[in-house]
Design a protein around this ligand. Structure first.
Ligand code: ADP
Length: 162
């Protein structure tokens, strides 16, 4: 069985993340979208909120082979735990490359059996990030088209409450 893990902060999950997920899902028997929590990174949305919004994505987009998960240790350990041989990552502008290059070297060192597969961001989403979404929302801007429609209200509510 071909199993993959798509890890990230997903704080919150955007249409850029969705694009990567939709491209990757057909290539696997099972794909876990794994939310990273802890690791010294403070998040705006709780891990439960982020997992919940990803579950809505899975349901609305009919991604039957996709499952949500969470992890707070080493990614390669999570991958081994769920039996995944592949890690999925997205690449936007050149700045992502530098970071991904380092992470890949570390992951290879830790477990050379786990391979990372990269998907280029679509041109329409190449500058879209969770941080952009939060910033736009905080200044009362419209995030229509930047996050899945069915999660939009929940994201705005949370950010406005902040
Ligand atoms: P992380 O903190 O692990 O980078 P993110 O939630 O920011 O978590 O991103 C998760 C993955 O999705 C990363 O591989 C990132 O490069 C990719 N990604 C984020 N935004 C986009 C986008 N707009 N298009 C394609 N890939 C993206």
């Amino acid at each position: 069985m071909k199993i993959g893990v798509y890890p990230g902060s997903f704080d919150p999950f955007t249409v850029g993340h969705l694009d990567v997920l939709k491209n990757a899902a057909p290539l696997f028997d099972k794909l876990y979208v794994a939310v990273l929590y802890n690791a010294g990174k403070s998040a705006t949305f709780s891990v439960d909120d982020r997992v919940d919004m990803i579950n809505r994505v899975i349901e609305h987009e009919h991604l039957e082979n996709v499952h949500s998960g969470r992890f707070d240790g080493l990614l390669v350990d999570y991958a081994s735990k769920v039996g995944a041989e592949f890690i999925i990552r997205g690449l936007r502008a050149t700045s992502d490359f530098e970071y991904e290059f380092q992470i890949d070297a570390v992951n290879r060192h830790l477990n050379s059996k786990v391979k990372t597969v990269y998907f280029m961001a679509s041109p329409a989403h190449s500058f879209l990030s969770s941080s952009n979404v939060k910033e736009i929302c905080c200044y009362d801007g419209n995030i229509e088209g930047l996050v899945p429609q069915y999660n939009k209200e929940r994201i705005c509510e949370r950010l406005i409450r902040q």
